[in-house]
Design a protein around this ligand. Structure first.
Ligand SMILES: *Cc1c(COP(=O)(O)O)cnc(C)c1O
Length: 304
């Protein structure tokens, strides 16, 4: 690849890294006879089209590293599930930057992966489907070696782009809001976003991670390890709440869906079932039960 293409790719990556979202103010009243709750929302949903939400924060520093360290004929690759927002964002970034890229996707036995698989192919990524059994080994070196011998060399960005580089970038993005909020509510999948926000907001903000999974109790040590590996300070003023999973990853109950339609109608914020419905529900329940001076709800989801 010639220098001018690389310069353009690095320039676009730099623009992604410089994006800053706004904070908006909201009021919400769940039941007619309840008192309203007030909160601020961090709008990473407004960072762009296709590539936004928390995924742009995690991908941009990893792509910058790929572009600056890897010879350009070597493709960039990543892993993800059949409904992965990470893969959606990765394929959009790959298209935007005109990258050589490979997506290793977990194949769904009942064909649920097909819509996202098609989008990924249309955006020019090479798609390789892995069986659920193979996918379990995605962190094993022997399995990665076998992928390398089958598909040639590639630069791997880990699942969810959850790396120390991503955590440090998110910490920088949130540092300007240090000491401005008493509490912050953040949805948690792999914990990279939570780790960055804890580091950025510092000890004066209590950060509540709302788990999208039923009982992945390794999350706490994952977040601690990520903070350590990123050389970021662990304020200790954070927790992971497992009370709002509504049956598990991607699952919902009528109570949650009713809540979500009222919340969307009153705030004009769009929710997603996997993550932000649950963190919004957690925010409103906790606000009803306890006084919080200045809560921040981190909107990680971009519906477009
Ligand atoms: C991926 C994702 C998350 C989870 O982020 P982690 O850093 O893996 O915890 C939260 N919200 C939305 C909308 C996401 O797409």
């Amino acid at each position: 690849m010639n220098a001018t293409i690389l310069d353009k790719q690095l320039h676009l990556t730099k623009l992604m890294l410089e994006r800053q979202a706004i904070v908006t103010e909201h009021k919400f009243q769940y039941l007619d006879d309840a008192s309203p709750v007030y909160f601020s929302a961090y709008r990473s949903d407004l960072l762009g089209r296709y590539l936004s939400g928390n995924k742009i924060f995690k991908l941009a520093p990893n792509l910058q590293e790929y572009l600056t360290t890897t010879q350009s004929h070597i493709p960039v690759a990543t892993f993800g599930g059949s409904h992965s927002n990470h893969l959606r964002a990765f394929s959009a970034a790959s298209r935007l930057l005109r990258l050589h890229s490979i997506v290793f996707m977990r194949e769904s036995p009942n064909g649920m992966h097909k819509p996202l698989a098609e989008t990924i192919i249309q955006r020019g990524c090479k798609l390789i489907l892995l069986s659920p059994e193979e996918y379990k080994h995605r962190e094993d070196q022997a399995f990665l070696d076998s992928l390398h011998s089958k598909h040639g060399p590639f630069h791997l960005i880990s699942e969810g782009a959850t790396s120390p580089l991503a955590v440090r970038h998110i910490a920088n993005v949130f540092a300007p809001f240090k000491s401005q909020f008493s509490h912050a509510f953040v949805p948690v999948g792999l914990g990279g976003t939570l780790a960055g926000i804890v580091a950025g907001l510092g000890a004066e903000t209590k950060v509540i991670g709302v788990s999208a999974l039923k009982s992945d109790y390794s999350l706490k040590s994952r977040v601690e390890n990520l903070l350590r590996a990123s050389n970021c300070e662990n304020s200790g003023n954070w927790t992971i709440d497992y009370n709002y999973h509504f049956g598990g990853f991607g699952k919902a109950k009528p109570e949650l869906l009713n809540f979500a339609s009222r919340f969307e109608a009153q705030t004009t914020l769009k929710l997603n079932q996997t993550y932000t419905m649950k963190s919004a529900y957690a925010l409103c329940c906790e606000l009803r039960d306890a006084k919080m001076d200045s809560p921040l709800w981190v909107n990680t989801f971009n519906p477009y």
